[in-house]
Write a protein that binds this ligand. Sequence first.
Ligand code: OVV
Length: 402
Amino acid sequence: MSTPGSAVAGVPHLDVDPFDMKFFADPYPTHELLRETGPVVCLDKWKVFGVARYAEVHAVLNDPVTFCSSRGVGLSDFKKETPWRPPSLILEADPPEHTRTRAVLSTVLSPTVMKGLRDRFAAAAEARVDALLEQRSFDAIADLAEAYPLSIFPDALGLKPEGREHLIPYASLVFNAFGPPNELRKEAIARSAPHQAYVTDQCQRDNLTPGGIGACIHAHVDKGAITATEAPLLVRSLLSAGLDTTVNGIGAAVYCMVRFPDQWQRLRGDLTLARNAFEEAVRFESPVQTFFRTTTREVELSGATIGEGEKVLMFLAAANRDPRRWDKPDSYDITRRTSGHVGYGSGIHMCVGQLVARLEGETMLSALARRVASIEITGEPKRRFNNTLRGLDSLPVTITPA
Ligand code: OVV
């Protein structure tokens, strides 16, 4: 026997719920418990295996044949349950199917495409910061972390102006749906119909403006790379994964800067650190906290036997602070060598939009550092609860001009 719930596999059991509000409020003591209990643990509450150390998270991410994605990367096993929406053709796919769709998204989000976006993103970041300098006091989540990506990403995709208010609620739904059937997931799915209707409609070729990233995906149908049925679902992936993630990434970066003013001053002194400062915020806060995989066979992982068809929960955030891998893991250090962090995953599924995320993060931190002397918290930060995403609901701040 190797199922979670059995002691025979020699895997220690924990009764922590990593999708509980008390856990979300302060996950760090539980991350440490998960790491220190063993390389692989059983989480009895949801009957899944868990890995929280860097080595095992990295190993699972880099063995996609044994730890597959096509049975879903949330708790639900698509072999046993009907998915809440048609599966993603990239996230919830394995090679060989994954390889073709990944190549298309990789092309439309390439370094060449970033070249064409950079000046627009930088100008929008500076315009946003200028507007905030007029206000002086504002909410760094709504007015900065959300407002900035909303001012550039939907236009880059080529979405029409109407209905964009559905984008963040839709993404929030997608990331809640990876979790267990708790209140967060059930409520999100219960209210999902209008958001799903909007997204399905916007993914159609006729609704995407020429020259945008969405239209570029559809253009790959003409090249024979994907079918006309597949294209809208690939656009859907960008609507699902491209906005709320960067909102929480930029929110994390600003939250780091207000908590660690020495790092903020260091950034102001050297703007070339902006890109790594963002990367370190992704490591430090891990906006995407977890993903699951499903085993395709019985497998031994660091001495633990895991049976076929088991869900394995990867704690990306815990791996990103594993003292076995990182010096001073709980310090936010903008000069740290961040490469190897798993905030974007690792291996064949590693974030295909990472260059867009980094471009947004870098341009915003750079604009802030150039124009702002100090950022101070002026009220209690409020947390936003989601089964997968970590971030704030509000962060009241006051800034002073440089
Ligand atoms: C990485 C990610 C998150 C959420 C949704 C998707 C991908 C998707 O492909 O739909």
